[in-house]
Design a protein around this ligand. Structure first.
Ligand code: SAM
Length: 331
């Protein structure tokens, strides 16, 4: 099989697919309280178009992992159908979901039945008032219910993503880890990246991986997990209290892992992005809708990955934040 290899020899096997740019939260590191101008419906890929592109990726281009994200993927009405059709592909990919958890209480069981393997649920705080301040919605209870439902449906290990913001929720690192350890969830802290629609990211406000680890080490005994297991995964993993429980830290900014990156992204409107921070995209929707066959789509996709840059360049003085925010790219 042909693989999605770039000019530095990295091979993309992990496809992140945004199912919608819409979200029911307004996390301040992602979008403004009033929301954004959502993509017009005709611009969104249909469920058939998504499945067709994912099929090309899996059957012809060596994609072995498919992660559905957004925006908020649970808002996409055909989600269960899309997951069912993805898990039926051969060779069978690993299929996972990144979600804010709102609605997961209802959807976890049908998704597990559709063959979904895993979920990552975003949870930045355990405090209702902080949640409202950070996400501009009063939905903490729904998120916690969603997490419990994912666990009950067997979507294990349930992973939790947390972004810490200075002066808002950075004092909660230890409490969040206790919460996750008690329930068997695997927690990952993600450094805040310059991907918000408001362009409000400031390096000095970012809570760094070093700071997060220092805070955790005040309360927990952390030891390096086997680095071989990390592979191309973005999280540096640590055993808590000697294991088997683990915690991860994703130092996207201060500890970049671009050299081991195996990801490629498909936006909700059918654009291939070879990096979260890419400034250009390759339009597979136009190809699809003008009647291109699978060979031509595969060729365009290969060409888009081939030109992937060596690194995301956040530390470069000439760094330019991508014009699309995270919600429109698919985190
Ligand atoms: N709505 C879903 C969710 O909340 O998980 C999926 C999309 S969201 C963009 C995916 C992940 O990206 C979430 O864990 C979120 O916290 C993270 N994220 C969003 N903006 C970010 C930023 N500026 N820096 C770091 N992580 C960010």
């Amino acid at each position: 099989m042909v693989t999605l290899q770039d000019s530095f020899g990295r091979v993309a096997t992990d496809l992140r697919v945004s199912l919608t740019d819409r979200c029911n939260l307004r996390c301040s590191y992602c979008m403004p309280p009033e929301g954004l101008d959502w993509l017009p419906k005709p611009d969104l890929l249909t469920a058939d178009e998504i499945v067709r592109l994912v099929t090309v990726g899996v059957e012809r281009l060596g994609i072995t992992e498919v992660r559905y994200t957004g925006g908020e993927p649970l808002l996409r009405r055909e989600l269960v159908e899309i997951v069912t059709r993805t898990t039926a592909l051969r060779p069978a990919p690993q299929v996972s979901l990144t979600t804010n958890g709102i609605g997961l209480a209802r959807l976890a069981a049908p998704l597990a039945e559709a063959g979904l393997h895993r979920v990552n649920v975003s949870l930045d705080t355990l405090d209702r008032e902080t949640f409202k301040r950070l996400a501009h919605r009063d939905r903490l209870a729904d998120v916690l219910d969603g997490l419990a439902a994912a666990d009950a449906a067997g979507l294990r290990p349930v992973k939790v993503n947390t972004v810490l913001m200075r002066g808002i929720n950075d004092h909660e690192a230890v409490a969040l880890l206790h919460y996750c350890l008690e329930r068997g969830y695997e927690l990952r802290f993600i450094e805040q990246m310059p991907l918000d629609a408001q362009h409000g990211w400031r390096r000095e406000n970012m809570v760094t991986a070093d700071e997060i680890l220092a805070r955790l080490r005040d309360s927990f005994d952390l030891t390096d997990d086997d680095p071989v297991e990390r592979g191309s995964a973005p999280a540096e993993l640590f055993l808590v209290g000697g294991g088997p429980a683990r915690v991860g830290v994703i130092g996207s900014v201060t500890r970049p892992f671009c050299g081991a990156c195996d990801r490629v992204r498909l936006t909700a409107d059918g654009q291939i992005r070879n990096c979260l921070f890419a400034t250009d995209e390759s339009d597979l929707r136009a190809a699809l809708r003008s009647g291109a066959g699978d060979d031509e789509i595969a060729e365009r996709w290969l060409a888009a990955v081939q030109i992937k840059k060596a690194g995301h360049g956040i530390d470069d003085p000439a760094f330019l934040q991508p014009s699309r925010p995270m919600s429109a790219i698919g985190g």
